[in-house]
Design a protein around this ligand. Structure first.
Ligand SMILES: [Zn+2]
Length: 134
């Protein structure tokens, strides 16, 4: 698995993130060939999240964006956040499929929004639980 670090202007910050990615990369399914870790220190995610994982199974890759808010957290919270996002490499495999099915087969926008909300909640709950036990 190739791991690439992008836009890290602070070497100490890159060192911290890379040590956490190295610690938890065993969780990443073997079919993922590439992880791209992007430091977005000057950007806030619209939802105020600390980091975000995007799984692209077509290209067998995981993108991990780390936002400015992550930097200000405690050591424990920073580690938990990176671990949680890496666990999304497992849970988003099913999540992405479920979202695609709903988008393509549920015509009613309100029903689609309701189902997608339920799927998101359950995937987050599962991801949080796996973060606790792994
Ligand atoms: Zn999550």
């Amino acid at each position: 698995m190739k791991i690439e670090y992008v836009a890290f202007e602070n070497p100490a910050l890159q060192g911290e993130v890379s040590s956490l990615v190295e610690k938890y990369k065993y969780i990443v399914p073997p079919w993922i060939l590439r992880i791209r870790v992007v430091m977005c220190a000057n950007r806030e995610d619209s939802l105020g999240t600390m980091a975000r994982a995007t799984l692209d199974h077509d290209y067998m890759s995981l993108a991990l964006e780390v936002y400015a808010r992550w930097i200000d957290q405690s050591d424990e919270k920073r580690e938990e956040t990176i671990k949680h996002e890496i666990i999304h490499s497992i849970t988003n495999y099913q999540f992405n499929l479920a979202m695609n099915v709903v988008d393509n087969l549920v015509a009613d926008e309100n029903v689609r929004r309701l189902i997608k909300g339920q799927i998101t909640e359950r995937v987050e709950r599962t991801t949080c639980w796996l973060t606790e036990i792994l």
